[in-house]
Write a protein that binds this ligand. Structure first.
Ligand code: SAH
Length: 264
């Protein structure tokens, strides 16, 4: 156990939040993809690998989230799946650490950039345009590590995506989720501060009501037979323009969970 295993979840109550019932995307045949969200990332594709571009925060947090993954899972030799991989910042890093890496995304433009970048860098990554739900129907239980970072808050039915990730992992496999908490502090720092004051991310990247409390993530994991084992905050320091991992998950956080030992 670390200090971050028993976090202040920042759950301050209040209405709003992603619905996990009654959503039309909850129907198995409806793709769990919000076209408006795809439209947000497509225009950024050409700048995906610019460390000073619109997606700079992803570059800044990447070494930290990779450390978090490495703390809980053996990356070298693992079959690692990156769900919602975008331009492949994490996917390439997993491959460089020796994983047999696959990146999937619902959108064509970032995947094209990811493929081109891998050609340049020499990273061995298999990129596919497919949703997690579709892949889970084809290759259930096939991955040692399933990462789903900065995606849950962009899909119509995050509970269903969590379940798909749990199904993609082998029994006992490692699951990693990162997202943003939903409370007034997160609204001020992650939306008003990051998008409107500091301009760290394009305006409109995140919608408050789509943000996810750790308790909700925990419940969705449980329903999928998975167990959350570590929750850690990702804290931004505006004076240093840098991120650090640490206790306190009231704004950005990353979670480690394990899939059920036997199929549920
Ligand atoms: N996980 C990456 C990129 C996060 S940006 C990282 O953290 O570095 C979110 C990505 O999710 C975009 O590339 C977008 O195209 C993709 N996306 C949005 N909805 C999706 C869905 N339903 N299934 C898979 N990918 C999706």
């Amino acid at each position: 156990m670390t200090a971050s295993d028993t976090p202040d979840t920042g759950d301050t109550g209040g209405p709003g939040g992603p619905g996990d019932t009654g959503d039309p995307a909850g129907a198995p045949n409806v793709p769990n993809v919000d076209p408006a969200e795809i439209d947000k990332f497509d225009p950024l594709a050409s700048r995906w690998w610019d460390p000073q571009g619109e997606l700079k925060p992803l570059h800044q947090v990447n070494p930290l989230r990779l450390d978090f993954i490495a703390k809980h899972a053996n990356i070298a030799g693992a079959r690692a799946l990156d769900v919602g991989c975008g331009g492949g910042i994490l996917t390439e890093a997993l491959a460089q650490r020796g994983a047999e890496a696959t990146g999937i995304d619902a959108s064509a433009a970032p995947l094209e950039v990811a493929r081109l970048h891998a050609l340049e860098s020499g990273a061995q990554v298999d990129y596919r345009r497919i949703t997690a739900e579709e892949l889970a129907a084809q290759r259930r239980g096939d991955w040692d590590i399933v990462c789903c970072l900065e995606l849950l808050e962009h899909v119509p039915d995050p509970a269903r995506l969590v379940a798909a990730c749990a199904n993609l992992a082998r029994p006992g496999g490692a699951l990693f989720f990162s997202t943003l908490n939903r409370n007034p502090k997160a609204f001020l720092l992650a939306i008003v501060g990051a998008e409107y004051v500091l301009g760290l991310l394009p305006r409109g990247t995140h919608r408050y009501e789509k943000l996810i409390r750790p308790s909700e993530l925990g419940r969705w994991c449980e329903r999928a037979g998975a167990t959350v084992r570590d929750l850690t905050g990702l804290h931004y320091n505006p004076l240093r323009d840098s991120f650090a991992l640490g206790p306190g998950v009231d704004v950005n956080y990353i979670a480690y969970a394990t899939a059920a030992d036997a199929a549920v």
